[in-house]
Structure formats: structure tokens, C-alpha cells
Write a protein that binds this ligand. Structure first.
Ligand code: ATP
Length: 377
């Protein structure tokens, strides 16, 4: 295994009119499992393909361990890639598919190759499929073969390009756990690309979030979840998404008063994280609150925002309340009023149309600069 380093890595297409990857810097430690996530077209696959040597960077460097591999042909990079569509040879047996990568390494005898394939197939739970061909296998089994084929080569770096997208939800969850187990057992250095933020959050030691070819944030999943660097990350990570609301914020001495410019509400934040905002200047901000940090006020005394319940969606142990914020005054009710989602426990069941008052967990509110989207910290 080895570390992986991307330095100012850039890829342009069509003579520079498309910047798919915009000067990305990233260091991945030996044995680290990094997930790369972002919306369609953000540059995930292009980044992975450059690491694999399938795409030539416009500029920047790629290092694997101590070696600069930027100009090294794909075949001579010690990298294995697992694809969404498995990429198995249809007319070869599973054993031949798995052994294929090994054929190229000359320092193994036929017996050693066979032993490695058999051991890996056993580890992957496909030992009894070795004489089958891919068309006899289910999607999950094919993906196991593809993983086994990568593992058997013992490469320095594993690259995964949405490997579980073609599997059904249940199998996806099983395979996630399995890949994580293998990664830990084998100490694999891995870059795992997915568009599914939940997959990225649950699997990665570290998550990298891309948007528009730019690296938005990298960190442990919990760090990124709790402290998004900007509005994009706040909205992309977490489901249902973070709620956003355009507000005017004024320091009040012992806290911050948030108000809506239409006069729909005023809300005094006084405790918790508010102190972390320090001496913010009064002005326009975007308030960000995650659904689990919104609750329905119990008494009348608390600072709260009036709201009307639009939809109640039960999801097992919790209810999602889709709310329209506001007090019913002109310009701040009905269709024009901001929508908010609250994730509350299943025993909180207000009726649709009911007026409630919502409160925010002040230790978990976020403020973003409306101009550049950056978090106020
Ligand atoms: P998806 O999740 O949809 O696969 P992605 O994040 O992997 O998206 P990329 O496939 O890396 O994104 O594409 C990044 C950008 O580069 C997109 O705007 C895409 O259209 C463009 N692009 C990718 N490959 C080429 C190419 N060969 N020629 C021209 N433009 C390309």
C-alpha cells in the first residue's frame, strides 16, 4: 500500500472551455479510505481516471508513495479500479477473470497465481463460482468478482468508481459493510467515488466534497456534518437537507437577533454556538438549521418562530414535519412563506394545517455569508 498525493491537479476539456477538475490538492495517507462525493458533473470520475492513468492531466502532479506517476502509463501504475458496470470479460470464467491482472506480473509462478485467486475468492465468498462465467452470476456476485480481481493484484491504491450503483438497496448496504471490512483487514489505501452522500458519509475515514471541479471541503464525516465550510456543503451533506433561510442578523449584546425582512418573525439566539459567531457584523446572512435541530416549542415562553404544518411524513421512529414558516401576516404566509423541515420524534404529531411554534437547537445553528456562501465561524 502507499500514500497518494494530488497537487494542483487540473483537467480541461474542449480547449479549456470546460474545467472538469480545477487545481485540486489532496493528500491521502497510506491505508486511508477516502470517499469523494459531489453532484453529477462535479469532476469525480475525471479525478479518479487521472489517478488511474486513463486521463492525462492538463496540469498538476500525481504521486503514489514516493513516485511521481503523472507521466507513467496506466498499465505501469500499481493501481486497481473497480467500476460500476463490473467490467468483467464475458467469455472468461470467474477464475480467469480474477487471474487476468496477475498474468501481467511475471514474478509469480502459475501455482502461486492459482493459490492467490483461490484464497481471494474464498475471502470474497465466491469460491464455488470459479468455473462459472459472468452471465451465470447475479449483480452482487459480479461485483464481488470485480472486487476480488482488484484485491488479488495487491495494488498500492484502490480506486472505486460508484461500484454499488447497480445493486439494489439491501445488497448495497451489505456490500458497503463488506468493502469496509476488507479495507480495514487489508489496510487498503482507497479512493471511493460516489454521488450518494450517505454512502460517502458512512464508508469514508475521510470525505472529500467536490462541486464544479473545486474541492469544497475535506474532513472526517462527523466534522463535515457538524461544521460545513460553506452553504453548498451544508446543503449537500445530510438528509433531509439543511434548511436555509435568508435573515437579517443584529448583535444584541448577549446574542444575535435574527429577523426576516418581511417581518414574519424575530428570533433571539442567545446560547450555545451563538458565542462562536463572535462579533459578527449586523447585516444579511443565510441561516442554516438541520431538520433534527428544529423542534416544536412546548411552552409559550421560548423564543420561537410561528409555523403551519403542511405535511407530516412518518418515517418509523421519527416524523418529518414540512412547515411553512411565518405568522400569517401579509407576504409571509401560504405559498410565499419559507419551507422548513423538522425531524421530530414519532410521538410529535401535529395535524396538517395546525399552527405550531418552532425552536432551533442553538448549539447547532449555522450562518453563511450570502455573497460567497462561506460559513461564519
Ligand atoms: P457523474 O456523477 O455524472 O459521473 P462526475 O462528477 O463524475 O459526474 P465527470 O464525469 O468527471 O463528473 O465530469 C466533469 C465535467 O467534465 C462534466 O462537465 C463533464 O461533462 C465534463 N467531461 C468529462 N469528460 C469529458 C470529455 N471526455 N470531453 C468533454 N467534457 C468532459
Amino acid at each position: 500500500m502507499a500514500s497518494l498525493e494530488l497537487e494542483a491537479l487540473r483537467k480541461e476539456f474542449d480547449g479549456g472551455s470546460i474545467v472538469a477538475v480545477d487545481d485540486i490538492d489532496l493528500s491521502i495517507d497510506d491505508g486511508e479510505f477516502v470517499t469523494v462525493v459531489g453532484p453529477s458533473g462535479c469532476g469525480k470520475s475525471t479525478t479518479l481516471r487521472m489517478i488511474a492513468g486513463l486521463e492525462r492531466p492538463t496540469s498538476g502532479r500525481i504521486r503514489i508513495g514516493d513516485e511521481d506517476v503523472t507521466d507513467v502509463h496506466a498499465r505501469h501504475r500499481d493501481v486497481a479500479m473497480v467500476f460500476q458496470n463490473y467490467a468483467l470479460y464475458p467469455h472468461k470464467t470467474i477464475e480467469q477473470n480474477m487471474a487476468f491482472g496477475l498474468r501481467m506480473s511475471t514474478d509469480l509462478s502459475a501455482a502461486e497465481r492459482e493459490q492467490r485467486v483461490t484464497e481471494t475468492a474464498e475471502m470474497m465468498g465466491i469460491g464455488d463460482l470459479l468455473s462459472d462465467t459472468p452471465d451465470q452470476l447475479s449483480g452482487g456476485q459480479k461485483q464481488r468478482v470485480a472486487l476480488g480481481r482488484a484485491i488479488v493484484r495487491e495494488p498500492d491504491v484502490f480506486l472505486f468508481d460508484e461500484p454499488l450503483s447497480n445493486l439494489d438497496a439491501k445488497l448495497r448496504t451489505t456490500m458497503r459493510t463488506e468493502i469496509q471490512r476488507l479495507q480495514e483487514e487489508l489496510g487498503i489505501t482507497a479512493v471511493y467515488v460516489t454521488h450518494d452522500q450517505e454512502e460517502a458519509m458512512t464508508m469514508g475515514d475521510r470525505i472529500v466534497i467536490l462541486n464544479d471541479g473545486n474541492l469544497q471541503q475535506t474532513g472526517r464525516p462527523k466534522e463535515v456534518y457538524e461544521n460545513p465550510a460553506n452553504r453548498f456543503v451544508g446543503g449537500f451533506v445530510g438528509s433531509p437537507s439543511m434548511n436555509f433561510l435568508d435573515v437579517t442578523a443584529e448583535p444584541t449584546g448577549d446574542g444575535i437577533r435574527l429577523s426576516d425582512e418581511d417581518g414574519g418573525f424575530a428570533y433571539d439566539l442567545t446560547g450555545g454556538r451563538v458565542r462562536a459567531f463572535g462579533d459578527i457584523e449586523g447585516g444579511s446572512y443565510v441561516l442554516g438549521v438541520r431538520p433534527e435541530d428544529v423542534s416544536v416549542a412546548e411552552g409559550d415562553g421560548q423564543a420561537a418562530v410561528p409555523a403551519t404544518v403542511d405535511v407530516l411524513e412518518p418515517v418509523g421512529s421519527d416524523n418529518y414535519l414540512y412547515l411553512n414558516l411565518g405568522d400569517g401576516s401579509d407576504g409571509f404566509d401560504g405559498e410565499d412563506s419559507p419551507a422548513f423541515v423538522a425531524r421530530v420524534s414519532a410521538d410529535v404529531e401535529p395535524a396538517v394545517g395546525e399552527r405550531v411554534r418552532v425552536v432551533f437547537d442553538e448549539s447547532a445553528v449555522h450562518l453563511f455569508d450570502p455573497r460567497d456562501g462561506n460559513a461564519v465561524t
